[in-house]
Design a binder for this molecule. Structure first.
Ligand code: PLP
Length: 397
């Protein structure tokens, strides 16, 4: 059983701030700065290039990958870190497409994160083989699974509403139709338990700077099912995915196992930061996390609905149907979120009218939820959002 009072004490949370945005950028673990400092001074500073061997830098992408693997139910040795999530979307989709050479349809939904869709469009364009990206409503995905389908590419938890796809059922359905699946776990990993092995997923990808607290710019991860790893083509065929990078051969031969999904030099300092946050995650029981997360989201919804009739729930009401975030529609959502942020309750805004709040039991507790509801209700009842300073839209919302 995870002790969430103890985990909360492991994070640096700015004084007076209630941080309901750990789903977008996880906060800083207290141990991270010293670990990164050590990586800079004792490893980079003293070991210089020998750090690749003597500080284990070259092994970090798979060593840390296995620790993320536990959180997503992967077999050991089947998750590797590197690049950003957008790059991993491209890589996984390109590899998946190649496994179904006689089909041309890629299916996704309009609740997917735009970057996933943009990367798919870019891949299709550069392949020039007549692929079609079919973008349908989330509720309608299963009706479009048929014998034309090459790849089903979905994000399990909708980034705006928190709506959850039934990953196990959709995977089974797509595979029964002869297709391959690519699951984006950006809002799943660290939010709730998932079982890529048990669900028989083909490819899964995700990022480590959201719920996993790896810090801004932390690398992405990719999972490839054991049945595909020795036959799939990595598409982004960089030297560190080569069978023998230091042979410097002029012909590319993919490496063995998950190593082939590596591309280039890993971000060593970001990995040091991630190493620290994963030390917290190593102790977390995912069933206990999910239970705590549901209690927080239920409490928040009940509080807002009692106090703020002008806000309407955008997330599924059934906790089994949503991830670890709650969103509300409000016509002046952008300004209202700015007004909340001015009172140190941090959530975010997603166009056109969604106020989004993430609930992360590692550092958010019931008292925080009550305090956040009180601030949001003050902003709403007293129309504090109706102020020109809150209506100027910044670059990052
Ligand atoms: C956060 C997120 C991304 C961001 O991709 P980066 O390349 O890491 O910036 C992509 N897809 C989904 C589904 C996300 O939630």
């Amino acid at each position: 059983m995870t002790d969430f009072v103890a985990t909360k004490a492991m994070f640096h949370l700015p004084e007076g701030m209630i941080y309901l945005d750990g789903n977008s950028l996880g906060p800083l673990p207290k141990a991270t700065a010293a670990r990164v400092e050590q990586s800079i001074t004792a490893e980079w500073g003293e070991k210089v290039i020998t750090g690749w061997n003597r500080a284990g830098w070259m092994a970090q992408p798979t060593a840390l990958g296995d620790r993320i693997g536990r959180l997503i139910g992967a077999e050991p040795g089947h998750v590797v870190l590197g690049d950003t999530l957008s790059i991993k979307v491209y890589q996984a989709l390109a590899a998946a497409i190649d496994l179904v050479p006689d089909r041309r349809v890629i299916l996704t939904d309009n609740g997917n994160f735009p970057s996933d869709i943009y990367m798919a469009e870019g891949l299709i364009k550069s392949l020039g083989r007549g692929y079609e990206l079919r973008v349908v409503d989330p509720e309608d995905v299963e009706n479009h699974i048929n014998d034309d389908l090459a790849v089903l590419m979905l994000t399990q938890v909708d980034y705006r509403t928190g709506r959850l796809h039934d990953m196990q059922a959709l995977t089974a359905m797509a595979q029964a139709a002869g297709a391959v699946t690519v699951w984006d776990l950006a809002h799943t990993a660290g939010a709730m338990a998932v079982d890529v092995k048990g669900y028989n997923a083909d490819f899964a990808i995700g990022c480590t700077y959201k719920y996993l607290n790896g810090g801004p710019g932390a690398p992405a991860f990719i999972y490839v099912a054991p049945r595909h790893i020795d036959s799939c083509q990595p598409a982004l065929s960089g030297w560190l995915g080569h069978e023998a990078p230091f042979a410097f051969d002029l012909d590319y031969r993919p490496g063995t196992g998950i190593e082939r999904m590596r591309v280039g030099t890993p971000p060593v300092l970001q990995m040091a930061a991630l190493d620290t946050s994963l030390a917290i995650w190593d102790q977390v029981d995912m069933a206990a996390l999910r239970k705590a997360s549901i209690a927080l989201t239920e409490q928040f919804i009940a509080g807002i609905e009692a106090q703020c009739p002008m806000m309407t729930l955008a997330s599924p009401r059934d906790p089994a149907q949503r991830g670890s975030q709650v969103s509300f529609h409000f016509e002046h959502g952008y300004a209202a979120m700015q007004a909340c942020i001015a009172q140190n309750v941090i959530g975010d805004f997603r166009a056109p009218d969604i106020m989004r709040f993430g609930f992360t039991p590692l550092f958010i507790d019931a008292a925080d939820v009550d305090a956040a509801v009180a601030v949001i209700s003050d902003v709403m009842r007293n129309r504090r959002w109706d102020d020109p300073t809150f209506k100027q839209v910044s670059r990052v919302t």
